[in-house]
Design a protein around this ligand. Structure first.
Ligand SMILES: Nc1ncnc2c1ncn2[C@@H]1O[C@H](COP(=O)(O)OP(=O)(O)OP(=O)(O)O)[C@@H](O)[C@H]1O
Ligand SMILES: [Mg+2]
Length: 454
């Protein structure tokens, strides 16, 4: 590394240990925001200067991440350092003017197109989020054969994501050529003091341990709604509706059983919370609708019937609706005249209801979030890492309670729910749509990568 690099970049202790290691294969893992991408940039710069005239590669899971994160960091640091370079946009290639080294930037899907390329080094950002990461890593290893290179190296930075290939290469195999360095959440002086405290309130326990303690653990195995406990979430006394508050109705469009959950959201945010962009709210689940062989209009009728029995005081009753986004495209469970989709059937039905009057607001995503994100939002409401319990469920919701106690992850697949029991999963799915839209992770704020789908 040039002198300017070391004086400008104040690597923290663990970043420094990573840079100083002479192992041929190095991993740097740590919590969200702990300086992994910046470590990647400086490791790349170091290698570009140690191997003048040679080519290196920087990879990321998707093209978007490559552009938005890696290149943004990279160009900023080059400008700060005053390093002169040419960037060939079409080839996504950067050329250093002073020593003739080049860096090509590639999304991991593209590594197949590297035939004939000799690399001196390569580095992957967010290696655990790379689809076919192991294949890509092996492809890159085969390219690591630049004869002029004085220091060949492959490295990866990541947050752990279970016992995947990264864990296998860097931990389980115990290969002395592979060294792993770990950042801690206390490392990065650039982060606000309360950054990880905020995450503790918005992540469930497993997600927090993975993302903040950077632990390798199996989030997607065993019990899905592990944060649920009858003792904590199902009081002995009924969970009565508050007659002044809006009703939240969230649906899964399954025919048999058709499942939906009726709830209220109690917002406990103070003025100061709102000012700081924090939301403190609880969900009271007051009822569930479980109907066999039901079509959407039957479900609507049952819902209206339940509403009548609740004796709510406002008229019209504000109603917020959530549910499966794919209900926009199909009419799997509908038989209303002229209704093109399940959601159309609901709209049609609610328009014609007069006792009680309802004022529907549809809060349905254009596309469903992944199941792992929806599950994370339910678990976070059940019990956050900081111990907040933000959901209460009436004991009459027997199917929901059964789901929360029984649904498990499928073995041998990543983040797939075991749905072999056709009775299960629909009620908890229904609940997840509400939790996701109202309380799901926002990518920008928390760093949790729900923008990547598998
Ligand atoms: N050693 C350091 N000194 C000062 N600032 C740093 C240091 N390391 C990282 N930062 C800054 O901290 C912020 C987070 O760093 P970076 O993006 O590298 O973290 P990350 O672990 O890759 O985060 P994410 O998990 O969101 O991908 C950035 O603004 C970065 O410039
Ligand atoms: Mg990063």
């Amino acid at each position: 590394m040039s002198k300017e690099v070391t004086t400008l970049y104040r690597a923290h202790k663990n970043q420094l240990a990573f840079h100083e290691s002479i192992a041929p294969f190095k991993g740097f893992c740590g919590p969200v925001g702990s300086g992994k991408s910046l470590a990647l940039v400086y490791e790349a710069l170091k290698l570009a200067y140690e191997n003048p005239g040679c080519m290196g590669l920087i990879g990321a899971p998707t093209y978007k991440m490559l552009m938005d994160v890696v290149q943004t960091h990279f160009f900023r640091e080059l400008h700060l350092l005053g390093i002169e370079f040419d960037f060939h946009k079409q080839q996504n290639k950067l050329e250093f003017r002073d020593n003739g080294s080049t860096i090509i930037f590639r999304a991991v899907e593209e590594v197949d197109h590297l035939r004939g390329t000799n690399l001196a080094w390569f580095g992957l950002d967010e290696a655990t989020y790379c689809r076919n990461g192991e294949y890509a890593w092996n492809q890159l290893l085969a390219r690591l054969r630049e004869p002029r290179a004085t220091r060949k190296e492959g490295f990866a930075v990541f947050t752990p994501r279970g016992f995947d290939w990264v864990h296998d290469f860097f931990v389980a195999r115990g290969n002395p050529e592979y060294q792993l360095f770990r950042a801690s959440m206390l490392d990065n002086p650039a982060l606000d003091k309360d950054y990880y405290e905020r995450l503790a309130a918005s992540y469930d326990e497993k997600l927090y341990r993975q993302e903040v303690y950077a632990e390798f653990l199996n989030i997607h195995s065993g019990h899905v709604y592990y944060a649920f406990s009858r003792d904590l979430h199902v009081p002995k006394d009924p969970v009565e509706p508050d007659p002044r508050l809006p009703i939240y109705w969230t649906l899964d469009f399954n025919i048999s059983p058709a499942c939906s959950v009726i709830a209220q959201v109690i917002d406990e945010s103070t003025m100061v919370d709102r000012q700081l962009g924090h939301r403190k709210a609880r969900i009271n689940v007051i009822d569930e609708i479980y109907l066999k062989d039901a079509r959407t209009p039957d479900v609507c009728e049952e819902f209206i019937d339940r509403l009548r029995k609740m004796k709510l005081s406002s008229s019209p009753i504000p109603l917020f609706l959530y549910g499966d986004a794919s209900g926009r495209n199909r009419q799997r469970a509908s038989n209303s005249e002229g209704a093109a989709s399940d959601w159309d059937a609901i709209k049609y039905h609610l328009k014609n209801v007069t006792t009680p009057f309802v004022q529907p607001n549809y809060r349905v995503r254009a596309r469903n979030q992944s199941i792992r994100d929806r599950v994370a939002s339910v678990n976070k409401m059940l019990r956050s890492f900081s111990g907040d319990i933000s959901m209460t469920i009436d004991k009459r919701c027997k199917h929901l309670i059964k789901d929360l106690e029984s649904v498990s992850w499928a073995e041998g697949a990543y983040a797939v729910i075991d749905d072999r029991n056709k009775e299960l999963t629909h009620m908890s799915d229904a609940l997840s749509y509400l939790c996701d839209v109202e309380f799901g992770q926002s990518v920008g704020k928390t760093g949790y990568r729900s923008d990547i789908t598998f």
